[in-house]
Design a protein around this ligand. Sequence first.
Ligand SMILES: Cc1cc2nc3c(=O)[nH]c(=O)nc-3n(C[C@H](O)[C@H](O)[C@H](O)COP(=O)(O)O)c2cc1C
Length: 132
Amino acid sequence: MFQLLYSSKPLFNAGSRQDEEILRAALQHNIDQDITGFLLRDVSTFYQVLEGPEKSILGLFETIKRDSRHKDVQREGFWEIERRSFGHWAMGYRCLTSELVSCETLPESVGAKRGEAIRNSIIRIAKPGFSA
Ligand SMILES: Cc1cc2nc3c(=O)[nH]c(=O)nc-3n(C[C@H](O)[C@H](O)[C@H](O)COP(=O)(O)O)c2cc1C
């Protein structure tokens, strides 16, 4: 089981129909592919964690990279995992609107640990009771 994290720049506003359409596709496809994960966004950034069998998530990532609804797709991390972090969601979603917490503020470190820091922030945000 593997986990992949990427960032990208959305080409449409938060809360628009495209967010819904992406989630609808994710809910339909991810269950079949044994993929779970989380999509986080604010005004200008997406972070998405995909987790599941290696072939499934790498295949989906190739599709997502070609999607014209975002640009500048950058892989931020790829890890072998024992347990899923987002096992409850075919694709969880949260849009950050608070000025206190935005995607910009998430990376707590740079370099090799950046991806892990972002992933850990997303795990924290995904927990019930998180408030920004
Ligand atoms: C930021 C972003 C995240 C996406 N996440 C997923 C996903 O988790 N699962 C998925 O099947 N498609 C996802 N998509 C959509 C795919 O790129 C692609 O449009 C979709 O799989 C095609 O589904 P369709 O043939 O039913 O329209 C995402 C797209 C974007 C822009």
